[in-house]
Design a binder for this molecule. Structure first.
Ligand SMILES: [Zn+2]
Length: 71
């Protein structure tokens, strides 16, 4: 999976069960964008991935508050 913002590599930071679905929190190694996906197994054993949200504004706030700055 690639970052929708910069195309960088995304790693899974956290995995949580949410009913029949699995919520995965991922983060881009390049720009730090946080990406959340819901994954569910279909009848056909096909894994559906739904991108739920990326808050770029929120991300910027967090980056600043953590003091991580990349020029
Ligand atoms: Zn990125």
């Amino acid at each position: 999976m690639r970052c929708p913002t910069c195309g960088g590599k995304i790693v899974v930071k956290d995995t949580r069960k949410a009913g029949d679905e699995v919520l995965r929190k991922r983060q881009c190694l390049t720009c730090g964008a946080k990406v959340y996906t819901y994954e569910a197994i279909d009848d056909t054993d096909y894994v559906r991935r739904r991108l739920i949200k990326i808050h770029e504004r929120e991300l910027k706030k967090r980056v600043i508050s953590k003091g991580i700055k990349k020029s």
